[in-house]
Design a protein around this ligand. Structure first.
Ligand SMILES: *Cc1c(COP(=O)(O)O)cnc(C)c1O
Length: 228
């Protein structure tokens, strides 16, 4: 599996999707999801120009963050956070995409060191209202966004979602558009200036770009199929 050529290929497809939607290249961040990948794979992606990496599991993330301590990498947490890990996470990463509990939000803010910029956070929305999934419901989004915006050491950047996978691009687009509309609603109703939609993965990033995604989270299209 050639990570470098995967990235070149992906970037071409991303450029086309952006151009089709009259969007500038600077309006989208490609986040490489490196869960389950070793440090060699991450180094290959880094050499190909990737600077943002997403990890789901803290134990695994911490090993990699330490390994790449001297590299100009921005680390994003995209998995659920246990309260006993919140302090360490607040000290070590640049972004958290999966905020969905007040307790965790408070802990992250409390433990964000003052020598670092406020921690960038996105609220995870359970778009399909599936009880088995993490994230907060669309109904609760306004109140939760309002709460998070008051925490001094967090910077509320936007919303994130993992919609139920469907293969039809138009259906994918509808779900993503729903998240985009929720972001606008939150901004209008409570005067926030959220600028981030973290949506789109290997199988649906084109639809996400069309709906206004600003961060796509890509694993398999960069690193190849995951062995689980
Ligand atoms: C694994 C994962 C991704 C990447 O999924 P791919 O299908 O490999 O692109 C994106 N976001 C989250 C939250 C993930 O857990």
């Amino acid at each position: 599996m050639n990570i470098h050529s995967n990235i070149i290929h992906l970037q071409k497809k991303i450029s086309i999707a952006l151009a089709e939607n009259q969007r500038s290249p600077a309006s989208l961040l490609l986040l490489a999801v490196s869960k389950g990948q070793n440090t060699q794979a991450i180094a290959s992606a880094f050499d190909a120009g990737i600077r943002d990496f997403g990890e789901n599991y803290w134990q695994e993330a911490l090993i990699k963050i330490k390994h790449f301590a001297e590299f100009p990498i921005l680390w994003h947490i995209i998995g659920s956070i246990q309260s006993n890990k919140a302090a360490q996470i607040a000290q070590s990463v640049h972004w958290v995409h999966t905020l969905d509990r007040e307790k965790i939000a408070r802990l992250l803010s409390t433990h964000r060191p003052t020598h670092l910029a406020p921690l960038n956070v996105c609220i995870e929305i359970n778009l399909d209202e599936e009880s088995s999934k993490s994230g907060i419901s669309c109904q609760e989004a306004l109140d939760f966004a309002q709460f998070v915006s008051t925490l001094p050491r967090l910077k509320l950047r936007g919303l994130m979602a993992i919609p139920t996978p469907v293969s039809d691009p138009d259906l994918q687009y509808q779900r993503f558009l729903h998240l985009a509309q929720l972001l606008s609603l939150c901004n209008e109703k409570i005067g926030l200036e959220m600028d981030t939609l973290s949506m789109g993965m290997s199988a649906d990033y084109c639809a996400a770009i069309r709906a206004g995604s600003t961060i796509i989270r890509i694993g398999q299209a960069i690193f190849g199929p995951r062995a689980l």
